[in-house]
Design a protein around this ligand. Structure first.
Ligand code: S3P
Length: 441
C-alpha cells in the first residue's frame, strides 16, 4: 500500500534536537510477540506493540489463519492463542508487505502446518533472498517453492512431518535462526542452528518467556521439538533501531540534548551505542533495568564533535540495521570512517551500501562503496535531493543529515517510514528537526 502513495521529506538545515522522547516499540520483538502468542495456549497480552506496517502485516496474517487479536488502544494487543496446531488455512495469499522478518520467520512456521499457504510481498521484498531459509527448511523436510533465485512469492506445501537438523548457517542471521527454531518446535528431535557470529536473540528469550526450553550460547541456539507454549505478558521496549536516528541526529548537532526513554539495549542490538561512543559521542546509559526479559535503559545523548573510525567488524551484527544512520554520523565526523564485513547491507530493504553512498555523494560527501561496506570521509554536507528508494531507514537517516547541512535536503520515496516508525515526522519535528512532509507526485 505504501508504494502507491509517494511521500517526500523536505528538511531545512539547522536546529538542534532536544527533549524527552519515546520512540515506538521494537519491530523484531513485536513480530515475535504476535507469532509466539498466536501459537501459545491461552490469552497473551502485548504492551508497547509497534503498529508499523511490517508488524501489522504479521498481525493480519495470523488473523487470516483464524487467530483472534483484540487491539486495546493503539499499542496493546490481546492475542487469543490457538496452540501449536490450531492455525487454520488462510483463505488467500498472506501479503507481508515490505517485511523480511515476517516472510522468513513465517516460512519456518508455515512449513510445519497441515495446510498450504502462499507468502507474497511488495517489490522490495520480492527481490530479497529467501533461499537462506528455504534451503535449511528443505533439509528439515519442508516443501517450499519459490520464484527464480529463491525469491517470493513462496508456495508452502504441507508435508508428513519435519525432522530436526544441525544447521551451520553461512550468515549470522536472526531471521534464519528464528525460522528454523519455529520449524523446530514442530520437528522430530532437536533443531540446532550455528552461525558465524551472534545474531539478535529475541526469539530465544521470548520462547523462554512462553515456557519453551531453549539452549543457547554465542553463535548457537537449540531446542527440542514437541514443546508447547503457555500464554504470557510481553512488554515491548522502545526500538533501539528507531532511537538510532535520534542518537545520531543529536550526536552530530552541537547543542542537542535528548533523552530517549525505555530503549531496548539487548547486547545483540546495542552496537550503535558502542560505535557512536568510539566516534566520540556523549551517550549516557541511565536507569538500566529489565522489562519482558530484555535489558532496557534511558539514553541521554548530547551533541559533540565526532571522529571517523574503522568500525570493528565484530560489532557489525549488533549494528546491522543502524548503518544508514551511522553513515550520516560518519559524514559529519572528522576524518575517515571505514566499514567492513557488512555485505549483508546489500540485501536489506534496499542495497544500503549503494543507496547511502549515492545519497551522501549527492550531498557533497566522499562516500566510496566497497563490496562489504564503505569508506566515508567526513566533510561539509551541502543540500540536495536524495532518493530513499523506498527504504525506511535510509529516509530517516538523510532527514537527520539536515541538522548539519548547508542547504535543504529533499528526500524522495519516504512512505515506507511507516513500516517501522509511524509518527516519525511528527516526533522529529517536535524534537526540533525542521521537517515537512509532502505527499503526492
Ligand atoms: C531481524 C534480523 C536482522 C535485521 C532485521 C530484523 C529480525 O536481520 O536486519 O531488520 O527481526 O530477526 P538478519 O536476519 O540478517 O539478522
Amino acid at each position: 500500500m505504501s508504494e502507491a502513495v509517494s511521500l517526500t521529506y523536505r528538511v531545512v538545515p539547522g536546529g538542534v534536537l532536544s527533549g524527552s522522547l519515546r520512540v515506538p516499540g521494537d519491530k523484531s520483538i513485536s513480530h515475535r510477540a504476535v507469532m509466539l502468542a498466536a501459537l501459545a495456549n491461552g490469552i497473551s497480552e502485548v504492551y508497547g506493540f509497534l503498529t508499523g506496517e511490517d508488524c501489522l502485516c504479521t498481525m493480519q496474517a495470523f488473523q487470516q489463519m483464524g487467530v483472534r487479536i483484540d487491539r486495546e488502544g493503539d499499542t496493546t494487543l490481546r492475542v487469543h492463542g490457538v496452540g501449536l496446531h490450531g492455525l487454520s488455512a488462510p483463505p488467500a495469499p498472506l501479503d507481508l508487505g515490505n517485511s523480511g522478518t515476517s516472510m522468513r520467520l513465517m516460512s519456518g512456521l508455515l512449513a510445519a502446518q497441515r495446510f498450504p499457504s502462499v507468502l507474497t510481498g511488495d517489490a522490495s521484498l520480492s527481490r530479497r533472498p529467501m533461499g537462506r531459509v528455504i534451503d535449511p527448511l528443505s533439509r528439515m523436510g519442508a516443501r517450499i517453492d519459490a520464484e527464480a533465485g529463491g525469491r517470493a512469492p513462496l508456495r508452502v506445501s504441507p508435508v508428513a512431518g519435519l525432522k530436526g537438523i544441525h544447521y551451520t548457517s553461512p550468515v549470522a542471521s536472526a531471521q534464519v535462526k528464528s525460522s528454523l527454531l519455529l520449524a523446530g518446535l514442530y520437528a522430530e528431535g532437536e533443531t540446532v542452528v550455528s552461525e558465524p557470529g551472534a545474531s539478535r536473540d529475541h526469539t530465544e528469550r521470548m520462547l523462554r518467556a512462553f515456557g519453551v526450553e531453549v539452549s543457547s550460547e554465542t553463535g548457537r541456539a537449540a531446542l527440542q521439538g514437541g514443546q508447547t507454549l503457555q500464554a504470557t505478558r510481553i512488554d515491548v521496549p522502545a526500538d533501539i533501531s528507531s532511537a538510532a536516528f535520534f542518537l545520531v541526529g543529536a550526536a552530530i548537532s552541537p547543542g542537542s540534548d535528548v533523552l530517549l526513554t525505555g530503549v531496548g539495549l539487548n547486547p545483540t542490538r546495542d552496537g550503535i551505542v558502542r560505535v557512536l561512543r568510539a566516534m566520540g559521542a556523549r551517550i549516557d546509559i541511565l536507569d538500566p533495568r529489565t522489562a519482558g526479559g530484555e535489558p532496557v535503559a534511558d539514553l541521554r545523548v548530547r551533541g559533540s564533535v565526532l571522529r571517523g573510525i574503522a568500525v570493528d567488524p565484530a560489532l557489525v551484527a549488533a549494528t546491522i540495521d543502524e548503518f544508514p544512520a551511522l553513515f550520516v554520523a560518519a559524514a559529519c565526523a572528522r576524518g575517515e570512517t571505514v566499514v567492513t564485513g557488512a555485505e549483508e547491507l546489500r540485501v536489506k530493504e534496499s542495497d544500503r551500501i549503494a543507496t547511502m553512498c549515492t545519497g551522501l555523494r549527492a550531498l557533497g560527501i566522499s562516500a566510496i562503496p566497497q563490496p562489504d561496506g564503505a569508506r566515508i570521509l567526513g566533510g561539509r554536507l551541502q543540500g540536495g535531493v536524495v532518493d530513499a528508494h523506498g527504504d525506511h531507514r535510509v529516509a530517516m537517516s538523510f532527514a537527520m543529515a539536515a541538522l548539519r547541512a548547508e542547504q535543504p535536503i529533499t528526500i524522495l520515496d519516504c512512505a515506507n517510514v511507516n513500516t517501522s516508525f509511524p509518527g516519525f515526522a511528527r516526533l522529529a519535528a517536535d524534537a526540533g528537526l525542521r521537517l515537512v512532509e509532502r505527499s503526492g507526485a
